[in-house]
Design a protein around this ligand. Structure first.
Ligand SMILES: Cc1ncc(COP(=O)(O)O)c(C=O)c1O
Length: 482
């Protein structure tokens, strides 16, 4: 059976009541789906139906068929989660989900109505159709029409000269560092508050990350901290547009210009965010994006490098393809790699880019509702947009003030989990993690404090405003009530 969740949930059309009861006692949820030999859903039977069968004189060896519910409701895979949840009621606690041919693929349980997942990608646009197109035409590797289409859509959306698709965000950063000739002996200034990939990419190229602090209001790289860390070995600055908030780029670009440094924007979490009217990824020398499943748009795994300089673009393209000279096959000008995106990933990417404005608008609505609902809750301080541009809501994140809220961040995370709300801590500070100890760091007090008290709440392209209300209700229950 393809989906492990369906184990002990499916019986054939000629099953006896005994077989069905055995499955129910194994699955413990009191429902079994009846499917024919092609996997097509033919009926649903519950423990209540079995009880009624025995009350009318049935025996365990009799076929279950006459006792199936006369009609049943099924949801569809590939439609928004909330559309399926809306079909559930006190009568329908377990909803079978079928594909376009009526084949049983999964089911939703009443528990899912109360569970708010941290992230939920939305794949209900043209995703399936475009991926099927790749499979039926055979273009499944890193050549094919969706790659150019995806790169063109990303370039137009971001307003950059060039956009190069890659296998993921981390390799995008590594490629950018290599193309800018940064390597052993060189330092790159990175915020102490970011996902480890930003610093890992520097180290994977043999260079050394140096950790600067963040501005406690915007949570982004502090220009003052950067200025204090520039030294003779500094080659680049990596502003990370964290949790959808653009860094204060003007002073960072000024520092870079005055010291001849490169600027690599880590935009993994901030597709669509703006700084003074310009989209992130179009301001520094290079922009790097991630399309992991929890990002603003997803290609499963995937990434993008953006540049304005045509020569740098050609170099990135060459390095992404083993360092091979474009006009001479198998002739390696320098050691490169293979970190290309596949046409399959790009097919998802095109379908997602068709909906990027819809996703961003939905995330704005979720953030507005969170802001409004949280206003009455003491000790929960939202990450607010800075006044220098459009913040996008990647993961709606807050600081927990233990004294006012009545609980520290980690206790709150555990308590939320008990109430069915998936939240997660923000990134721990990097400077004292085993992988990075020994690296130079400034005074990193703000990043350390945020790392201890920050929390991200559910935010995703499938989330509804009702779910925001439910998350905040859980916070209200757990916080101080007086
Ligand atoms: C700030 C930041 N940089 C880099 C990455 C790496 O991207 P990927 O997971 O696609 O390699 C991520 C996300 O995962 C990220 O959040």
């Amino acid at each position: 059976m393809a989906n492990a969740r369906l184990e002990n949930m499916v019986a054939p059309t000629d099953a006896t009541l005994k077989q069905v009861m055995n499955l129910m006692s194994a699955n413990t949820i009191g429902v079994v789906f009846i499917c024919d030999s092609d996997g097509i859903l033919r009926g649903v039977i519950t423990d209540g139906d079995i009880r009624r069968a025995f009350l009318t004189g049935a025996t365990v060896e009799q076929p279950c068929q006459p006792y199936l519910r006369p009609s049943y409701t099924a949801g569809r895979v590939g439609v928004p989660r909330n559309e399926n949840l809306a079909l559930m009621s006190r009568r329908i606690l377990h909803l079978p989900l079928v594909d376009a041919d009526g084949r049983l693929v999964d089911y939703l349980s009443w528990k899912d109505m109360w569970h708010v997942p941290l992230v939920s990608p939305s794949l209900s646009g043209n995703e399936l159709r475009y991926v099927e197109e790749c499979i039926s035409t055979g273009w499944i590797s890193s050549q094919g029409p969706f790659i150019q289409r995806f790169e063109a859509m990303a370039r137009d959306f971001l307003g950059t000269g060039f956009a190069l698709s890659t296998a993921n965000g981390t390799l995008s950063l590594q490629l950018a560092i290599q193309a800018l000739d940064i390597g052993p002996g060189d330092e790159v200034i990175v915020p102490n508050f970011t996902f480890g990939a930003s610093a890992n990419a520097v180290m994977q190229r043999g260079a050394t990350p140096v950790f600067a602090d963040i501005d406690p209001a915007s949570w982004t790289l502090s220009p003052e901290s950067v200025a204090a860390l520039v030294g003779p070995r500094t080659k680049a600055i990596m502003p990370v547009h964290i949790y959808g908030q653009a860094c204060d780029m003007d002073p960072i670009m000024d520092i870079a210009r005055s010291h001849g440094l490169k600027v690599i924007e880590d935009c993994a979490e901030a597709l669509g965010a703006e700084y003074k009217g310009r989209r992130v990824g179009s301001i520094g020398d290079v922009g790097c994006f991630s399309f992991f499943a929890n990002k603003i748009i997803t290609t499963g795994e995937g990434g993008l490098v953006t540049v304005n300089d045509p020569q740098l673009y050609e170099r990135l393209k060459m390095l992404r393809d083993h360092g091979v000279k474009p006009e001479r096959r198998y002739w390696h000008l320098e050691p490169g790699t293979n970190c290309r995106m596949t046409n399959l990933q790009a097919a998802l990417g095109v379908a997602q880019m068709e909906r990027v404005d819809e996703f961003l608008a939905l995330r704005d609505r979720l953030a507005e509702r969170y802001d409004a609902e949280l206003a009455g809750i003491r000790g929960i301080v939202p990450h607010r947009a800075a006044n220098w541009g459009r913040k996008v809501c990647w993961l709606y994140s807050v600081v927990v003030e233990p004294e006012s809220f009545g609980m520290d961040r980690d206790s709150l995370l555990a308590a939320l989990r008990e109430l069915g709300v998936e939240a997660r801590p923000v990134f721990p500070a990097l400077d004292d993690q085993p992988a990075f100890v020994g690296s130079r760091a400034g005074d990193v007090e703000a990043s350390r404090s945020l790392a201890v008290n920050g929390l991200s709440l559910p935010t995703g392209n499938e989330m509804s405003v009702i779910e925001v209300v439910r998350v905040v209700e859980a916070l209200r229950i757990l916080g101080r009530t007086e």
